[in-house]
Ligand binder design. Structure first.
Ligand SMILES: [Ca+2]
Ligand SMILES: [Ca+2]
Length: 381
């Protein structure tokens, strides 16, 4: 047999034997309550053991219990699961070991912000000290939950600047460790000073109470829409958060059958903004009303009461004049803005023995206007 192969086989056999011994030892420790003199001696020896102890031991929770208070060098990096066992089950259940910091990195670095990612070997809360020198000067609030991996955002930074930072990790038992100093550099102020230009702006999917504004720009941008019934607008959509070439902005809660003014503001990722000129669209009108049952009563030499019905609630106007046909632009007008279906309106101050022509106009809350055919009456002598 090849000599090397023999050695290899023996090595494997030795490892298997070691594991067998380790697990047998942990099993007996779990079952046995008492300890002999020799056992105390072994505890003392093991209590100064470092993370360089044979790694097989670390996989046996019973061994950790049995050896009561083994210490691991503070900067020992242990696999997460093992570290958890170690920290919980050492020292008679009291955790006196600060979390080890497995990794620290700065990512998502922009001109004014960065995210510090911290990984620890046990769950920890994290805070970050940072500043332009190793004296730092700023500290984030400690994170609120204990985690193996934690991200901390730094904001309000200056562009093109080197920042120093360290991280402070604290476990649930209050053990704290502070990392060494790290640095990152924020991005330089951008050379892009050109606002996005509009390729097209259109309104689609118009309903009685809503519409969608589609904005197409020549570079990726966020968008918001100012809108209202006048060029003063009065309402503004929440600015979108995705930088896109084409963005649909839905408008809702609009009034039926109403002309709306709007403009669009597009902003690129460097904060350059451009506003599209004022435009308009009208929401769809609701169904028109039907006017019926026109009659008059209380006819005197100076007045009359007109009555009629509409099939849906409407406001109303009566246009009247002594000439025919009645011209809405020049006729006298009497208005009732109350929305209702049964209408009655008194006209007064009329001339005696005079024929008046009138038009009844009904307007729904959807701004659909219906005008009844022209009728007339003659006041008394
Ligand atoms: Ca700990
Ligand atoms: Ca730009």
């Amino acid at each position: 047999m090849n000599n090397k192969y023999t050695k290899y086989t023996l090595g494997i056999a030795g490892l298997v034997l070691m594991f067998a011994l380790v697990f047998a030892s942990s099993a007996s420790a779990d079952n046995g309550k008492g300890k002999g003199k020799g056992q105390d001696k072994e505890d003392n020896e093991r209590s100064s053991v470092s993370c360089k102890i044979p790694w097989g031991h670390l996989f046996a929770p019973g061994w950790l219990k049995k050896n009561n208070a083994p210490t691991v060098a503070a900067d020992c990096s242990l696999p997460k699961g093992i570290a958890r066992l170690f920290h919980r089950e050492s020292n008679g259940g009291t955790d006196t070991v600060a979390p080890s910091i497995l990794s620290v990195s700065a990512r998502d670095i922009t001109k004014t912000a960065a995210t510090i990612r911290v990984s620890t070997d046990e769950k920890a809360k994290v805070k970050v000290n940072y500043g332009t020198t190793t004296s730092y000067g700023s500290t984030t609030p400690q994170t609120s939950s204990f985690d193996f991996s934690t991200s901390v955002s730094l904001t309000g930074l200056s562009a093109d600047t080197t920042y120093h930072y360290d991280v402070v990790v604290t476990d649930a038992a209050g053990n704290t460790r502070t990392s060494s100093d790290y640095t990152f550099k924020t991005k330089a102020a951008s050379a892009d000073v050109t606002a996005p230009d509009f390729v097209s702006v259109s309104v689609r999917d118009i309903t009685q109470t809503g519409a969608t504004v589609r904005v197409s720009v020549d570079e990726k941008a966020t968008v918001k829409v100012n809108y209202g019934t006048t060029t003063s607008y009065g309402s503004t959509t929440t600015e979108t958060t995705d930088f896109k070439l084409v963005t649909d902005v839905p408008l809702s809660g609009l009034t039926v059958g109403t002309l709306y003014h709007y403009n669009v503001v597009a902003t690129d990722s460097d904060g350059n903004s451009r506003t599209f000129a004022d435009s308009t669209f009208s929401t769809l009108a609701g169904p028109a009303s039907v006017i019926s049952g026109i009659g008059f009563s209380a006819l005197t030499n100076s007045g009359v009461t007109l009555s009629w019905a509409t099939d849906v609630n409407t406001s109303s106007k009566i246009y009247y004049s002594t000439t025919t046909p009645v011209n809405k632009n020049t006729a006298s007008v009497s208005s009732d803005t109350t929305l209702k279906t049964a209408h009655s309106m008194a006209l007064s101050g009329l001339s005696a023995a005079t024929t008046y022509h009138f038009l009844i106009e009904a307007t729904t809350n959807g701004n659909q206007v219906t005008t009844a055919p022209e009728f007339s009456f003659t006041t008394a002598n």
